[in-house]
Write a protein that binds this ligand. Structure first.
Ligand code: PDD
Length: 285
């Protein structure tokens, strides 16, 4: 996968693309983003990502320079040009470049860019080492449903997790588990899947959406509820989801083994269902 950038309508090699230093994305994190996975150069759940992008952009009142059909086509074309392979598209939309001042500028044109990046194949269902979680206080803003560029709370929590030998930070809001620094979190209790509702405290993950659809197909109750860390840690299975990781089973939480230290059977079945959807939509094996 070659690293190309689409920046405001022009395609260049990655190293040649430039954005001004008064871009509001840089100075105020005044923008939104998306991460879309492609398999064998075919985008997965692109419509769902476009829908969420439109919702995020509308929330910040940043107009998208392209309509959905044009933007999808531009993304598909760029992925095609990158050559056969597995990877992700990172897309970013900011309010644009203007002399620094907090209010919305009158004149700025939004900056829209996206680029491709190769990614290693995710773990196969049931395989891998398992994720180690480390708890962090959820001190983020209360509009987590917007996929905002302002990720400092996420970055600090993730770094703390890494420095404690873990892979991912799990946010605790008071007594409640919300989500992770870059993924949604679920547990399995007596055959039902539990996760926190999306909205002020949780991003509506696209992988989460697919998991909800798979649960419906498989007649597995999908329960949106606020659980305490203790309730989650006692569950039979715990897994996290994101575009880049798909479903990943959790082995440890604050250095204690959870879920029996192995991938749970329902987690594995859901991941297999997810891979089936990937195959059906992209032809990837
Ligand atoms: N992160 N919650 C948060 C806070 C996230 O940042 C992400 C994704 C998710 C999962 O959403 P999805 O299934 O749509 O990828 C949940 C991306 C991958 C990132 O920031 O790189």
């Amino acid at each position: 996968v070659a690293e190309l950038v689409w920046l405001n309508g022009k395609i260049t090699p990655f190293a040649q693309a430039r954005v001004g230093l008064e871009d509001r994305g840089f100075q105020f994190a005044d923008g939104v983003y998306e991460v879309v996975r492609f398999y064998r150069s075919r985008c997965f759940t692109l419509d769902e990502h476009m829908e969420r992008l439109e919702q995020s952009a509308t929330a910040l009142r940043i107009p998208l320079p392209l309509d959905r059909v044009q933007l999808k086509q531009a993304i598909i074309d760029l992925v095609d040009r990158g050559g056969e392979g597995e990877g992700m598209v990172y897309l970013q939309l900011t309010r644009g470049e203007a002399p620094r001042a907090h209010p919305f500028p009158d004149t700025a044109k939004p900056t829209l860019l996206f680029y491709t990046r190769p990614l290693p194949a995710p773990w196969r269902p049931g395989e891998g080492d398992g994720i180690k979680l480390f708890s962090a206080a959820d001190e983020r803003w209360k509009k987590c449903w917007i996929k905002s560029l302002a990720l400092l709370g996420n970055v600090l929590a993730k770094q703390q997790a890494i420095e404690n030998g873990a892979d991912e930070a799990v946010f605790i809001d008071g007594e409640i588990v919300t989500e992770c620094s870059a993924s949604n979190i679920f547990c399995v209790k007596r055959g039902s899947v539990y996760t926190h509702p999306v909205g002020p405290k949780v991003l509506p993950g696209i992988t989460r959406l697919v998991v909800a659809q798979l649960c419906k197909q498989m007649n597995v109750p999908f329960v949106e509820a606020a659980l305490t860390p203790r309730e989650m840690q006692a569950a039979e299975e715990i897994f996290i989801t994101s575009t880049t990781r798909e479903l990943a089973w959790v082995r440890e939480w604050d250095r204690k083994t959870v879920g029996g230290g192995k991938c749970g059977t329902l987690t594995k079945r859901l991941h297999e269902g997810y891979r089936d959807r990937v195959r059906a939509e992209t032809g990837a094996t």
